[in-house]
Write a protein that binds this ligand. Structure first.
Ligand code: FES
Ligand code: FES
Length: 156
């Protein structure tokens, strides 16, 4: 039995300790915003926050996150989550959209640690999140926009 807190809710799960967190989130909890891409920690599509840190859920055994706070894109709601959602919408970031939950979670981890990152800090923090559609310039603009927003409303 493993205790898992996902998006503020506690779950008790009968699951082998080495099962990747991604499968527990998607298959057992049926929270499907987090995507499977490479399964090898190479693309970032599966990124979630674990105690605020960007974490590749495809290679993280569920036992490693027992007792920690896991947040998926569905759980990123108030404050920073709202700013990111607005900024992503206003910059029209997504193309096919597949990579975007992982991109947003990586951006959330960045802004959680560095509230006003410069281009180099954004590029360094986001370099592990691949986008086949090439939305990188819009992602960068959206992160700057989210950083400039007050928590209550967008700048525009
Ligand atoms: S699916 Fe986890 S990094 Fe690609
Ligand atoms: S928006 Fe299509 S992979 Fe990034």
């Amino acid at each position: 039995m493993i205790m898992l807190n996902v998006n503020g809710k506690d779950h008790q799960l009968e699951v082998a300790p080495d099962v990747p967190l991604l499968w527990v989130i998607r298959e057992q909890l049926k929270i499907t915003g987090t995507k499977y891409g490479c399964g090898l920690s190479l693309c970032g599509a599966c990124t979630v926050l674990v105690d605020g840190k960007a974490t590749r859920s495809c290679v993280t055994p569920v036992s490693e996150v027992a007792g920690k706070k896991v947040v998926t894109v569905e759980g990123l709601k108030e404050g920073l989550g709202e700013r990111l959602r607005l900024a992503w919408t206003e910059e029209e970031v997504p193309q096919c959209g597949y990579c975007q939950p992982g991109q947003i979670m990586a951006a959330a981890a960045l802004l959680g640690e560095t509230p006003e990152p410069d281009d180099a800090q954004i590029d360094a923090a986001m370099s592990g999140n691949l986008c086949r559609c090439g939305t990188y310039p819009r992602i960068r603009r959206a992160i700057h926009r989210a950083a400039r927003m007050t928590p209550e409303r967008s700048e525009s």
